[in-house]
Design a protein around this ligand. Sequence first.
Ligand code: PLP
Length: 388
Amino acid sequence: MSIFSATRIGNFGTSIFSEISMLARKHEAVNLGQGFPDYDTPDILKEIAIEAIRKGKNQYAISSGERILRHAITRHSERFYGLSFDPEQEITVTSGATEALFCTLMACINTGDEVIVFQPYYDSYCPVIQMAGGVPIAVTLHAPTFSFNPMEIAAAFTEKTKAIIINTPHNPTGTVFSLQELRFIAELCIEYNTMAICDEVYEHCIYDNERHVPFQKIPEMTDRTIRISSMGKTFTATGWKIGWAIGNERIQKAIRCVHQFVVFASATPFQYAAASALDMADEYYTSLANDLQKRRDFLFDVLQQVGLQPNKPAGSYFILCDISGVTSMKSHDFAKKLIIDHGIAAIPPETFYHNPSLGEHLLRFCFCKNDDTLHKAAEKIRLIPALI
Ligand SMILES: Cc1ncc(COP(=O)(O)O)c(C=O)c1O
């Protein structure tokens, strides 16, 4: 037993993002690995944050979030989803969705509780479930459509199921759950008295004129769901780390208890910018999705041309490819080869599965990159078949 680390962090290791980004830097590869835009947040938002700093909004914010932002989150929820929440009691502002997820799981999970996650999953879910003493139970999203098998999800629910994490639009598959699928999950949640933790950070990164439907919209689930989002993806400001958790007062009380002892409060000036951002006109949101859709289509075509068998995502920042048509290598080795020999970085998603072999033929490419990066990436990707 180490005197320097607790057993609860025993098997976490370094994230695949750090490993791939480090290798990409070393080999000066075009990085389509980590999911952040390499273009900037709108100028107007930068000005509001700067103005807030100039106006002295530089001390601790209210722990649950500045009122101006909690009210803006309420308006946004009403405008896009017709869902009303009390900004005083039912919204907590956090340091990104990551902190909201951490606080929610810490607030709700007891030792031995089971939490259902869809695999491949966003990498923070399982470590946090484990830190909270819970047991992650994986339900696979199956290729080629990356949807779940109803029998498998029904079998995953047990008397021990405390919660299910629903991430839609989904990272890394780009799946957007249909209303029918959400209703199916809701029936199971009700049957097994389970709560839902919904990670909806890609709520506005959704394509082909689809609209995001929050799980909370299903009436029976409204009171037993925590809906988590953040400004990172919607406002191209992943570094500002302003997120929020929306849900009924009883769950919020528990979340706020944890939040106060993790960060106490989130960055004050960025909360002011987030408040203005959420109030932006509908055109902003439409053009965000249209712009990302063009980037998705560009990269999708390039990947398809070289036989990487991309899955066209309905949402998110990512395209998942099936590499088995071009190589027999496992994706982790292939990802390293792509960086070193071809100068292009992508994420092998094995670590996003309970059973890594399920992801050994997949590779995740991120398309929220500027035109220059995408064109440079395309040049390199087009050379892959000739060089393998
Ligand atoms: C599915 C998912 N959830 C949460 C996050 C983290 O969001 P934030 O940066 O607001 O903490 C990400 C970031 O990539 C994500 O993809």
